[in-house]
Write a protein that binds this ligand. Sequence first.
Ligand code: PRP
Ligand code: URA
Length: 209
Amino acid sequence: MGKVMVFDHPLIRHKIGIIRDENTNQKLFRELVSEIAMLMAYEVTRNMELVEIEINTPMCSAKVEKLRDDKISIVPILRAGLGMVDGMLNLLPNAKVGHIGLYRDHETLKPVPYYCKLPDNIGSTHVIVLDPMLATGGSACAAIQFLKDKGVSCIKFMCLIASEEGIKTLSEAHPDIEIYAAAKDKEMNDKKYIIPGLGDAGDRLFGTK
Ligand code: PRP
Ligand code: URA
């Protein structure tokens, strides 16, 4: 199994508690999804590449380090992954953004692709795939396979709530990728919604139900 990291930071645990609450309104839900993504970015980018550059401080010239964030692509899985984009871009303003559209068919529960637009040179970047929910793992596996087919070799997957089954399925299908989850839940119901979870992330972000 590849690296799996479930966050234990109190700020993240606190905010996850609020987005799980059915009484949290759309505005607050959207703000918190973005904030949690931003807090997670701190850890997800821990091993990102730095380059040395020379600048002048008010005192003298000095060598400092600069993040190669132009070598990072973030790829939200539509729709719900969009909610995590702004939080990531707050910390990685030069990251490229690709989009993969997948929805889970209500009968088969399998992902159905409907859109894809990726940066031209995505294969030479470090890619962070975003989706708030990792349930059966079908959508994440499909998106990551799609990226690999486009020549991407360095991929991390970042979600807010992961089921145990989703983590197992994703890490078995793609043992080379790192998985970052803000929280892990044990169960899913018969419709493969995460329990306790937070309900339908896309509907709560965009008010579609
Ligand atoms: C949700 C979620 C994931 C997927 C997770 O999207 O955002 O993409 O389901 O389920 P899985 O791990 O079993 O594949 P959904 O298909 O509801 O589409 P939406 O984002 O447009 O609401
Ligand atoms: N998709 C969601 O939005 N929530 C779940 O619990 C499972 C899939």
